[in-house]
Write a protein that binds this ligand. Structure first.
Ligand SMILES: [Zn+2]
Length: 269
């Protein structure tokens, strides 16, 4: 049987003398492995669509344990990303993240389309480290939500009281949402001092997996969930704190934080 699908290549592995095994994200079939026969020969018609970051519409022969690339047409190879180090490393991180995530979680067509959109943005964007990192944060928050871990940000994850700008909150990563000062107080004994209608946090940083979060930042996270990836108003509001919170939230729920490309970014390559 031959099917047609759109695919984005996450990873390529050399195989035999002239072949590759491609790890790909597909629009309709989640993550798949595709055998691309002969694609390492210089005259192969499959050469362009068998490379990492290639996005194409292709015909796949479905064998019993693998897909075999039959032919296809390159839609985009996001060529400009390769000449911009920050965009390239962040794009590579996303490929690595998806390679890992989709082994255990289903990635649907909506997440596929968002990922293609992200690569279009990285391809077109000027090299601006802060802006790129903020866009990646918006993508990460949307992705983890699509995987079934959408954080509860409109009410306390414990008592379900509606978000109230006069209360202080932490992001309770484990339980997947914001937790109000009343609930933290009840769970930990008296840890808060009441002052001017605000709760002053004394000792919450010792509480693993719970991070202080301001009302303004909770509103921002809510807006990030419904905004486009390239909404400049939202992008400009994202801060270091938000970026770290989202990465902590994502890594906790996927169970991995050690990504080669992120380590390169942290070293400032
Ligand atoms: Zn509560």
């Amino acid at each position: 049987m031959i099917i047609e699908d759109e695919i984005l290549i996450l990873k390529e592995v050399k195989y035999n003398d002239n072949d590759k095994i491609l790890h790909a994200l597909s629009k309709n079939n989640g993550k798949i492995q595709v055998l691309s026969r002969g694609c390492r020969k210089s005259k192969s018609p499959l050469i362009n669509i068998s490379q990492i970051m290639a996005y194409s519409k292709c015909q796949l022969y479905v064998s019993k344990d693998m897909y075999i690339l039959n032919g296809g047409e390159l839609i985009d190879n996001f060529y400009n990303i390769r000449s911009k180090i920050t965009a390239f490393l962040h794009g590579s991180y996303i490929l690595e993240l998806l390679s890992y995530i989709s082994q255990e979680n289903d990635i649907d067509g909506k997440a596929f389309e968002m990922t293609v959109r992200l690569f279009q943005i990285l391809n077109d964007i000027e090299e601006d480290e802060d802006k790129i990192e903020n866009i990646i944060s918006i993508y990460e928050l949307k992705l983890i939500s699509m995987l079934g871990y959408r954080p509860q940000l409109k009410e306390c994850v414990i008592c379900e009281e509606k978000l109230n700008k006069d209360l202080s909150y932490v992001l309770n990563i484990k339980d997947g949402g914001i937790q109000c000062a009343h609930c933290i107080e009840q769970m930990r004994g008296t840890q808060y001092v009441h002052s001017n209608n605000n709760y002053v946090n004394i000792n919450i940083n010792n509480n693993i997996g719970k991070n202080d979060i301001s009302y303004k930042n909770i509103v921002l996270l809510n807006n990030m969930l419904v905004s486009k990836l390239d909404d400049n108003d939202i992008i400009s509001e994202v801060s270091d704190i938000i970026r770290i919170l989202i990465k902590n939230y994502l890594f906790y729920h996927i169970g991995k934080s050690d990504f080669t490309t992120l380590n390169l970014l942290r070293k400032g390559v």
